[in-house]
Design a protein around this ligand. Sequence first.
Ligand code: NAD
Ligand code: MG
Length: 390
Amino acid sequence: MKSLSILGSTGSIGVSTLELVAAHPDRFRIEALTAGANLDLFARQIETFRPRVVSVLNEELALKLSGMLSGPGPKPEIMHGVLGLIAAATATDARMVVAAIVGAAGLVPTAAAIKSGKDVALANKETLVCAGSIIMDLVRDHGVALYPVDSEHSAVFQSIEGHRSEDIEKIILTASGGPFLETSSARMATVTIADALNHPNWTMGKKITIDSATMMNKGLEVIEARWLFDVPAAKIDVNIHPQSIIHSMVEYIDGCVIAQLGTPDMKAPIAYALSYPERVATGVTPLDLTLFSGLTFFKPDMEKFRCLKLAYDALECGPSMPAVMNAANEVVVAAFLEGRVGFTAIPRVIEETMAAHEAVALVTIEDVLLADRWGRRKAVDVIKKINGDV
Ligand code: NAD
Ligand code: MG
């Protein structure tokens, strides 16, 4: 029986993870759950899975949640804020922490989980984008396992097993291309929030759905792959593959390519991270390749999808630049989702924020948080300038 703590249980990844837990009660047990502000769903999850510790965004929500948990049976310890996230990540008997919070907010609790000796199933790619080198050092120093949940990285993980890292020629991450693959650059300036949220293949949280539309998501994944698999950026390629059937590939020095395929459903990579090295039933629709008239692949247009180029630039520039890029992206994506800027402001704000940043070395998580805060402040200023508010 593996005990789990899920950070971000009310999100898209969190809900899929709990569906897998419910399907395998003989394998998985829940020790802790955390959520932001979606209390109705969270209260239902707590009544169903009976965690010992739970946490929400702030004290007011914690009090409200306490009032909602009036059913029979023992009440969980209800915490809030960053301390609540850290408690859920560390202070229970959980063997594995599922890091499924969105954004840089996932960094501190994920680092805390690693330091307290927990294995981590990592959906929160922003943790590795902001602090890849520090996190991988922590993973080594604390002797824990870090399993990728991101479908591309799960595919690479599965394609790499049993091979020597020196035999890897290249990692090829696939990308659907998002909803604007066929949209002209000129038309991209006028797309709406609803257009950008209309992803062709995956149903996900709003932030990652916008990241997929700008292709920043693939940029974040290039950085994530660099740290997870210790491969330089020059050996990480992106192929657009609109059908999302091949989830990624690894090319070896002998010219052989190993790929992982499947119906696009996050339950498959989540289950592999939870049950590694075993496999469990997921309910994912089996893949029937005869139903596809063709699988296509081509190179991304880095001018049209400027965010992908910016992510490669940030990785090349190094230490604090990826954290600043990520911070600017979070700020401008939130602004887009609130209708305060247009879609094409997203790469512009990130690029201007990065241009103003002088990269510095990152030694501690606190250094990363400083870079993150700097990036957020700068991005807010850039948005004000674009909107003529200064
Ligand atoms: P989501 O928005 O659906 O859910 C996010 C969860 O985190 C929710 O439970 C929310 O309440 C919680 N949360 C958000 N901000 C928080 C904060 N500041 N403090 C505490 N809790 C907070 O997001 P998602 O789509 O499930 O994505 C989660 C992570 O997984 C992201 O990093 C994303 O890039 C990654 N990921 C998601 C998918 C997918 O299919 N959804 C695929 C690959 C990777
Ligand atoms: Mg992915």
